[in-house]
Design a protein around this ligand. Sequence first.
Ligand code: DLL
Length: 462
Amino acid sequence: MSNAFIWNEKCERMSRSELERLQLDRLKTLIQRLYDKVPFYKQRMDECGVSAKSLNSLADLKNFPFTKKTDLRENYPFGLFSEPLSNVTRLHASSGTKGKPTVVGYTKNDIDMWSEVCARSLGTAGARPGDILHNSYGYGLFTGGLGMHFGAEKFGATVVPASGGRTQQQILLLQDFGSRILCSTPSYALNIAYTMEELGIKRDTIKLERGIFGAEPWTEELRNQIEEKLQIEALDIYGLSEIVGPGVSMECAQGRNGLHIWEDHFLPEIIDPKTGDVLPIGEEGELVFTTLTKEAIPVLRYRTGDISRLSLDTCVCGRTTARMQRVRARLDDMLIIRGVNVYPSEIEKVLLALEELSPHYQLVIDRKKALDTLEVQVEVTEELIKHWGHFDNDRVELSNLSEHIQVLLKDNLGITADVLLMKPKAVPRSEGKAVRVIDKRKEDKAQAEKANAKTPVSSKGK
Ligand code: DLL
């Protein structure tokens, strides 16, 4: 076993039996709390014929009702809170692009717990108290910025609250402050790397050693590119606002094989998304979390929509908690192109394997003559442009290469796509969560419905 730095020995290395006892105790308390304090849950539990008395083992949780994102929206803004607002220290909300935003709240204890799991995550990623930590997650309603910020302060780091955007200035701060840790979305880390390259800034003018990247799906191929470009170790952090925000789980620097879930606070399950049945450990399905200690808005069996697998194998880092595999995709990100199902991350894998392409891409879906169409817009590298000369517009005509990519997409994923090769910088750069898919079918529909729709809360600044 390695001599990894562990922030909270007791909780990160608890024996399975001790952990399960603690989880069951906390789960009973939670269920009683939800039954007594949140009419929504009382009604759901009554409908399912369950209560705290029905819970004799962790396995009994499978008989309890799920919570979905729509439940939070339908009870907007505070209907699922189990504490009066007078006990709520802070509110966050996630984007309302598909309707009302989802609102979450935190008591003082919730903020402490959240900071604790973020501090554990920092240690797990190889950060050390005293490190300078540059935090490019968006500050504001998004949980990324403030969540990591409080965690980093508790951990004893010196935090640079950079938030997203103004990339040139961020690079200057990275150079002048000598930050060792970067927290951002993976797509924003790439943006920083490419901007440095464009400005001719040498890698050895910054001291970054590690990146703690999450908030959006990313592939191993993207990790390789970030690590190569920035010459840092890039590790995966997962979380969602409905559960707490960042810090639900974190990949360890030693194992780099799955993310340790802070199971004393978040109880994971994997279910079959179609039937809702709990799947055995090791099988892939939809991740579901129950918050064991949250006070302001605890959630029971929250369906994340994220696809992953759990593992209880021992880890080289010495932590004993269950690990979840890197999220492969979000269920609702699945594209159906002429009957073929495909996730953006699968397309990313194909594109990033080609050295002629840079990792900046967008997928544009449309419907023409009653058929769904997919256009893959992807930038070629500067090297390729140098080799082939200059191009006046954003498009690059290299029919052999676009045909080659079309064939790869067909052979690997079974999808028919048009491939548009773009000049460097033609694809909009991410300042937070990358916009990978532009679905013009939805845009058209949304425009048609605009008359009745209310203005959604903007997701800017993530
Ligand atoms: O994205 C919280 C967060 C902030 C996590 C900073 C990590 C770092 P939401 O805006 O509520 O919260 O979005 C949650 O983002 O259900 C996943 O689909 C996706 N997601 C988050 N982390 C990862 C990750 C924050 N490491 C949704 N890999 C989740 C893949 C991720 N997807």
